[in-house]
Design a protein around this ligand. Structure first.
Ligand SMILES: Nc1ncnc2c1ncn2[C@@H]1O[C@H](COP(=O)(O)OP(=O)(O)O)[C@@H](O)[C@H]1O
Ligand SMILES: [Mg+2]
Length: 287
């Protein structure tokens, strides 16, 4: 059974009121002029919040994020309906590099470090993308090393020789070097050990709490999303089917299991145990 967008519960007023930093209105995306990847997705990221886009593999999370960063053209994709506004501006009018300079940066799925460059050289590509002065670059580098002390230790290592977790930190660190207002991450937990995932999400939470950084995270791992995000948007088959505060969704176990049960099976979460005897045995802390 699927509940479509028309049946979505009304969003709480705190989420819908005022203009959000990012607003995605009813977008549709087609690849190769043939493949309808998304038919109707809306979401908003109010300034200073963490919003998570949750859905199973193939639901349309990455495509939504590519549309937001205006990255579809390179993949023969295009937005065929709807519109996306970042800080009141239509993103379709801005190149990805301009969006970065305006404060919207994305950490792509799969991390994408330059493997032959050192950790520090990778970080500095973020400063170049922003057009930072040498002094700003030095300050931002020190800031990233304070956030991820492990990267300071590994600063001279070639990125290709570092661990998956370190590469994810490099990718996030490089994004932070652009001094973003909205940080977008595509499945940052993918392929990483549970403790590494927790460390990375704790860093994201601290950046949000201490600096008010707005964050949009696509995640298949719904338990992580529910734990760290303020707001959740669930996508299924290219449509948003549920949106609300994480608190509301967490408190409604039926909804959580109904919408998120399958995705929860792919967990990489230290606090979640999957019963080896079957698919039903998911338990999380507090349940
Ligand atoms: N570059 C592409 N060309 C054609 N189809 C694509 C491309 N990228 C994704 N798709 C299709 O779009 C749909 C949504 O995929 P995607 O956005 O990657 O979902 P998710 O990130 O939720 O796993 C899937 O059916 C996928 O096969
Ligand atoms: Mg994806």
């Amino acid at each position: 059974m699927t509940i479509y967008a028309a049946n979505k519960p009304q969003l709480p007023a705190a989420i819908t009121s005022g203009q959000a930093l990012l607003e995605v209105h009813d977008i549709a995306v087609v690849y190769d002029d043939a493949m309808q990847a998304i038919s109707d997705v809306s979401l908003r990221v109010p300034a200073g919040t963490i919003t998570s886009l949750v859905g199973a593999n193939g639901a349309g999370k990455t495509t939504t994020l590519r549309a937001i960063s205006n990255l579809l053209i390179a993949l023969r994709g295009r937005v065929t309906a709807g519109r996306i506004c970042f800080d009141g501006q239509d993103v379709a009018r801005l190149r990805p590099s301009q969006l970065v300079r305006q404060g919207l940066v994305q950490v792509l799925e799969g991390r994408h470090c330059f493997p032959h460059l050192t950790v520090e050289e990778n970080l500095l590509t973020g400063a170049t993308a922003r057009g930072s002065t040498p002094r700003e670059s030095r300050e931002d580098l020190q800031r990233v090393y304070r956030i991820f002390p492990r990267l300071r230790e590994r600063r001279s290592s070639r990125s290709g020789l570092t661990s998956g977790g370190e590469q994810q930190m490099v990718a996030i660190g490089r994004a932070l070097m652009t001094r973003p207002r909205l940080l977008i991450l595509d499945e940052p937990s993918m392929g990483l050990a549970p403790l590494v995932v927790r460390d990375i999400f704790e860093v994201l939470r601290a950046l949000n709490a201490k600096e008010g950084l707005s964050i949009l995270i696509a995640e298949q791992n719904s338990t992580l999303a529910l734990r760290y995000a303020d707001h959740i948007v669930v996508v299924e088959n290219g449509r948003d089917v549920l949106a609300g505060s994480a608190k509301d969704i967490r408190e409604n176990h039926n909804l959580e299991r109904f919408y998120l049960g399958e995705a929860a099976l792919t967990l990489a979460d230290p606090d979640t145990k999957i019963d080896p005897s079957g698919s039903a045995g998911i338990s999380t802390h507090g349940e």
